[in-house]
Design a protein. Structure first.
Lengths: 623, 248
């Protein structure tokens, strides 16, 4: 017990003695754990909001659609007019209201396929005809304005958000002016309409608006006749998928061109998919960040341990065993890891709603309910694992140091690589210094190279993801028709790009921290060698160039490995559309940019190192 | 002294700190060192000997006064020019040896030559010759950790000589050595002097000081006394004293 008390007291004292470094350690670990927590918290995040919305809008247990074949606009304003009723479609869908297992219904409701124009943007929409009376099943919940009336429409919220349209704005449908009466949410339609008409080669992601029945009918054309929607309440909602299968024995291919029944579980699942990509990006990103955090911590902890040599000697001199010394050093980092893990969970929990709420088109909060004990345990556990990985070797090494050496504060002798030393003799002075500096601490060089490889892997994976997101399988923006914007798809892509950007920025920030730590550790470690070299005539400029080059050499290897790693990472994580190759100049820029950034970041600590007079640096013990 | 001095200092000053904490490590020193001369600077620890040596070798910059080396004013040289001066014209020998731990004796000696741009093979040859000359030719592949104090200092002397400097500055070169090793080092300095090498040696050991052409005493940053030593009395007496000690 007293032993534990000593360990905790000494660890606590050291943290208080160097608060800046302790904060730095916590921030690094927190960045990785926050991303991990965010990824975990987003899992199934829309399930609760979907249920809330379903209850608030009396959402359907199943949705039957009968849309005309190819019944979506493919460019320009549909020509022709009249009332292109679809008696066959109506005749096919209407009997479902009386099918076995159906407890209630609303509809069949007419659906037209007009082109909406607002603020210079053009998109095809589903215009669902509604009466002014509330529907028994699927009565959209207004979040803004009023319900439909003649020449006034209500727009589904996620679509309205993507368009930037509000109640009171003016839009046109097939060139005819309408007022936006209100904005509403529904559980009968996936967020942003993404995938609602999946399989339609022309237009898989429609927006949804509600009009009066009469307006919907007038918006239909001969080219694009009316389709119908029937909202069904079932006696056993949980059995909705089996109910749907009864009407679609051939399996799903396309819900245009005939009767199709969509169970509520599919809509909920589709909503979940909206953030599934974001979740995947965050999870993959958090693992990359965790790897970088291990690198940062290993370098930082290694540097701190070197500074604690004398403390280790004192502990041993007063009777501390190697186990006690290692315990003190490890306890400090494990305590900081627990703090960082907890902080990461809180940051992730607070950030989750920012990624899911603004345009989900659902009611309720996404993030808060999912903070569970397993998530907390996993995140804190990973923080502890990262800290252990990074500090175990330096702690054990410090514990094994001879007491006399530690008391004398003798630096760990550098490694000798005879062949490298011989080869470097043939190189220009800065490269000679670079190779010799790098070869003194091969493990640090390896860590440095790996850190760059992880970062470049992340960046390259992001570039692949960006190229794949931008160029969807069916065209530049999810639709084959260049005349239409496909606002829903763009909105989702923009959200995913934001998450990619967030992860990229965090990766680059941590990598930058790594580069600075590595350079600084090298500067500290090579103070004596640098002073001697300068006393022998190497100029400050040669030393700065050499020190920078010592960091750039592993960075080159890391950057090249990162290209292959990034492609592999993207291929492993991507289960959606096939990967699109980003332009070669993106990759070249990423690699060159990384090397330039490394050079820039190392120049500052290297320059600072040369400010110390050589004579002063030589005052310590030598060899 | 004359304009032919290799080193010439006038009112040379080096301050540390400011206000009440000001310490004048070197306080208005005038010094001339002629080519081929062997000068010893003696004084107690902390009197400013090492600081003076650092100023003479361009390792540190003065706070005041003037310093000429080979006719150039050191104070006006930029960092690059100072580095070049150290590289080509000055050789340092330190009390703490300051050898690179990860380099062998030969690699340590050839390093300044490589920094000067000497081809690797030529640098290696020079290093071997010098290591032979200082008596550690059989230790060229050894790391410093495998050498005795005296051997390390001989390697350090060889390193100081590899670029054939016009001036060798030695800061307590025997401070960490036993008597036998001290004697070896002094013999090397004797040979260097005989070959016309200019030497400035800082020491607190009177026996070492007695081997110089000129012995300068320093106290609290200033020169307090100067003695010209002659022939036999200067070196032999000291060496004999050391030999007696070494043989005990």
């Amino acid at each position: 017990m007293s032993r534990l008390l000593v360990i905790l007291r000494l660890a606590g004292r050291d943290v208080r003695h160097r608060p800046g470094e302790a904060v730095m350690l916590v921030v690094i670990m927190m960045a990785a754990t926050a991303a991990l927590a965010l990824g975990l918290l987003l899992q199934g995040t829309t399930a609760h909001p979907y249920q809330t919305t379903r209850e608030a809008t009396s959402g359907p247990d199943a949705l039957a659609t009968d849309f005309p074949s190819g019944g979506v606009p493919s460019g320009g304003f549909p020509s022709g007019g009249g009332t292109p009723a679809s008696p066959a479609a109506l005749k096919q869908i209407a009997p479902l209201a009386r099918a076995q297992g159906v407890a209630g219904h609303s509809g069949p409701l007419p659906v037209a396929f007009p082109v909406l124009t607002f603020d210079g943007r053009t998109d095809a929409v589903l215009a669902e005809g509604r009466s002014s009376a509330p529907a028994a099943v699927d009565q959209p919940e207004l979040t803004q304005g009023r319900w439909v009336r003649a020449d006034a429409v209500v727009i589904e919220r996620s679509f309205a958000d993507a368009l930037g349209v509000h109640a009171g704005d003016r839009i046109t449908l097939n060139g005819r002016p309408f007022t936006v009466a209100g904005v509403a949410v529904t559980a009968a339609f996936p967020v942003n309409g993404v995938g609602f008409l999946e399989g339609s080669s022309q237009w898989p992601n429609p927006g949804l608006i509600w009009t009066t029945t009469a307006d919907a009918e007038t918006l239909a054309t001969r080219q694009y006749p009316l389709g119908y929607v029937l909202n069904l309440k079932l006696t056993n909602p949980a059995d909705a998928e089996n109910f749907a299968d009864r009407f679609d024995p051939g399996g799903y291919t396309d819900n245009t061109g005939g009767l199709y029944v969509i169970p509520w579980q599919m809509i909920s699942h589709q909503d979940g998919l909206v953030i599934a990509h974001e979740q995947k990006i965050l999870l993959v990103g958090s693992w990359l960040l965790a790897l970088l955090a291990v690198g940062s911590l290993a370098i930082l902890v290694g540097g701190r341990m070197a500074e604690q040599n004398r403390r280790v000697g004192l502990l041993k001199a007063v009777g501390g065993t190697p186990a006690l010394v290692a315990g003190v050093l490890l306890a400090e980092y494990l305590a900081l890891a627990v703090i960082a893990g907890a902080a990461g969970v809180v940051v992730g929990w607070l950030t989750a709603p920012l990624l899911t709420n603004p345009s989900t088109g659902l009611l309720g909060s996404a993030g808060a309910p999912h903070l569970t004990l397993p998530v907390i345990a996993l995140v804190v556990g990973i923080a502890l694992a990262v800290a252990t990985l990074a500090s175990y070797i330096p702690a054990v090494r410090a514990a094994r140091t001879s007491t006399v050496d530690a008391l004398a504060d003798a630096a760990r002798p550098p490694r000798r690589h005879a062949r490298l030393i011989a080869c470097s003799a043939r190189l220009p002075v800065p490269l000679l210094l670079a190779l010799r500096l790098a070869s003194r601490r091969p493990r640090r060089v390896l860590l440095s190279g790996l850190s760059i490889a992880v970062t470049v892997s992340g960046i390259v994976a992001v570039l692949f993801a960006h190229a794949t997101l931008t160029v969807s399988p069916s065209g530049p923006a999810g639709t084959a028709d260049p005349g239409l914007s496909d606002v829903g798809f763009i909105s989702q892509t923009a959200r995913e790009n934001r998450v990619l950007l967030l992860i990229t920025v965090m990766l680059i920030a941590l990598a930058a921290v790594n580069v600075i730590f590595t350079t600084w550790a090298t500067v500290q470690d090579s103070r004596h060698a640098a002073a001697v070299t300068r006393a022998l005539g190497a100029s400050a400029g040669q030393f700065i160039t050499g020190l920078s080059a010592a960091q750039i050499l592993p960075a080159i290897g890391g950057a090249l490995a990162g290209i292959a790693g990034g492609y592999a990472l993207f291929t492993a994580a991507n289960q959606g559309p096939s990967a699109s190759q980003p332009p070669a100049w993106w990759l070249v820029t990423a690699v060159l940019g990384t090397l330039v950034a490394v050079a820039g970041l190392t120049a500052v600590p290297a320059r600072l190192a040369t400010r110390r007079p050589v004579a002063e640096a030589l005052q310590g013990d030598g060899t | 002294m004359t304009d032919s001095s290799l080193v010439r200092a006038r009112a040379l000053r080096k301050d540390y700190g400011t206000g009440e904490g000001l310490v004048r490590a070197v306080d208005g020193i005038d010094l001339d060192v002629a080519p081929g001369e062997r000068v010893a600077v003696m004084g107690p620890s902390g009197c400013g000997k090492s600081t003076l040596l650092h100023l003479l070798g361009g390792l540190d910059r003065s706070s005041g006064g003037e310093l000429w080396f080979h006719g150039r004013r050191i104070g006006q040289l930029g960092e690059r020019a100072l580095a070049e001066m150290r590289r080509k014209e000055v050789g340092f020998v330190f009390q703490a040896f300051h050898l690179m731990e990860e380099l062998t004796a030969q690699e340590n000696v050839e390093l300044p030559a490589l920094l000067t741009g000497v081809p690797p093979r030529a640098a290696r040859r020079r290093a071997r010759d010098l290591l032979d000359r200082v008596g550690v030719g059989d230790r060229i592949g050894h790391l410093p950790s495998a050498l005795s104090g005296g051997q390390r200092q001989r390697v350090a002397i060889a390193r100081a000589l590899v670029n054939e400097p016009v001036l060798v500055l030695a800061d307590e070169p025997t401070g960490n050595l036993d008597s036998a090793a001290t004697l070896d080092v002094l013999r090397i300095f004797e040979e260097l002097h005989a070959a016309g090498q200019t030497l400035v040696i800082v020491t607190h050991d009177e026996r070492i000081g007695a081997t110089a052409d000129r012995l300068i005493f320093m106290h609290d940053g200033a020169f307090t006394d100067e003695t010209l030593l002659s022939g036999d009395s200067r070196s032999l007496g000291a060496l004999i004293g050391l030999e007696e000690q070494a043989s005990e």
